[in-house]
Structures are given as C-alpha cells and as structure tokens.
Design a protein around this ligand. Structure first.
Ligand code: ITT
Length: 194
C-alpha cells in the first residue's frame, strides 16, 4: 500500500506521516527520484492541488496526492489565501510574509483567521478532493520556533499557544492538515486491496 505525496515541503511530509503512521507507505517526490518544482499558477487552493497531483500522476502513473494550504483572514477578505507562500513576493520568505500580514492587520480589530487545506488525490485516474479547516486567531507578536510558515502567529481555537509552540503531535490535534488527512485515510481504507 504505497502512495506518492506530491510536495516539496518537508514540514507537510512530517505532519502527514505522523497522522498516517503505518497505515500506508507514503513516498515523497524526493524519495521517488522526482526533482521538479511543481507549478501553482491558479487562483484557488483546489486548482493548485489538482495541478500538483496530476503533474506527478502523469509522471509516475502511481496513486498520488498533493495538498495546497492557505491562511485566510476575515479582516482582509481571505488574504493571503492562495497566495500564502508568496504573499510578500516570489522569494517565499516566510518572515517577510508574516511581517506583511501583521502590518496589514495592525489597525484591524478582527484578527480571526483560518487555515484551509485541500488534498487532491488521484485514484485510478479519478480525482477526489478532501478539505480540512482550522479556525483561530492571528496574534500581534510571534511566538515559538517550531513548525513553519505562519505557525508563530496563529493560535487555533481551543488552544492557548501558537502552532509554533507545539510539537507535531500537538499541532495535529487541531490542524487543518490533520483533518484533511483523516478524510484521505478514511477513503483509502475503504478501497479494496491495493
Ligand atoms: P508544496 O510543495 O506542497 O506546494 P509549499 O510550501 O509550496 O509546498 P503551499 O503552496 O501549500 O506549500 O504554500 C502554502 C504556504 O502557506 C506555505 O509555504 C506556508 O508559508 C503556509 N502554510 C501552509 N501550511 C501551513 C501550516 O500548517 N502552518 C503555517 N503555515 C502554513
């Protein structure tokens, strides 16, 4: 039971592997010997996830999935959203992205936000989408140095610390990615032997 995870983001791999455990064998692109920059040219998470999974499916013809994630803030009409990785420019500099977000939220009272993950699975030449949402708030100062991306400024509802102050297991209690992955696992467990 082997499936390829079409991503170049090692943090995503670590988080998803912890959820999947021994249920399935997850192979990264690196492990499959695929060294390409997967394109993300679209204006929705769904379309970018589809682009990544179909690109890798066409190369390998193996079961594979990808995910695209965005941070959506209420006061900024869903920004940075699908642009989360490149909010402050093509450099994908996570500190610059956080700085820009905090600057734009500075004079807003509503700091609620959510992470949204869309997983695209290509299964027997058909696509299936799974979504996971984590609601929370953006704080004004960064806290913690674990995790990645916007983790130092996001506190999920029900927690009293940021994702960057949590271990992967703690983050997985709340996270968008874990919720989407749970649905992927449920789907895969329903499939006949593979
Ligand atoms: P792929 O290879 O899978 O495309 P990526 O890093 O390009 O990896 P995305 O396109 O999904 O991933 O970019 C989403 C960005 O949003 C990512 O670079 C982070 O800055 C941020 N992000 C995604 N998930 C996050 C999480 O769980 N916590 C904090 N920030 C996150």
């Amino acid at each position: 039971r082997t499936i390829i995870f079409a991503t170049n983001n090692d943090h995503k791999v670590a988080e998803i592997r912890k959820v999947i455990g021994e249920k399935f064998r997850v192979i990264t692109m690196k492990e499959a010997g695929i060294d390409i920059d997967i394109p993300e040219p679209h204006d929705t998470l769904e379309a970018n996830a589809t682009e990544k999974s179909t690109t890798i499916y066409q190369l390998t013809k193996l079961h594979c999935f990808s995910e695209d994630t965005g941070l959506e803030t209420a006061a900024l009409n869903g920004e940075p959203g699908v642009k989360s990785a490149r909010y402050a420019g093509e450099g994908r500099d996570f500190q610059a992205n956080i700085d820009k977000l905090l600057r734009k939220l500075q004079n807003k009272t509503d700091h609620t936000a959510r992470f949204r993950t869309v997983i695209s699975l290509i299964w027997n030449n058909t696509e299936y989408l799974f979504e996971g949402i984590c609601n929370g708030v953006i704080i004004r100062d960064q806290k913690g140095n674990k995790g990645f991306g916007y983790d130092p400024v996001f506190i999920p509802d029900g927690a009293d610390k940021t994702f960057a102050e949590m271990t992967i297991d703690e983050k997985n209690i709340y996270s968008h990615r874990r919720k989407a992955t749970d649905q992927l696992i449920a789907f895969l467990q329903k499939q006949p032997a593979w």
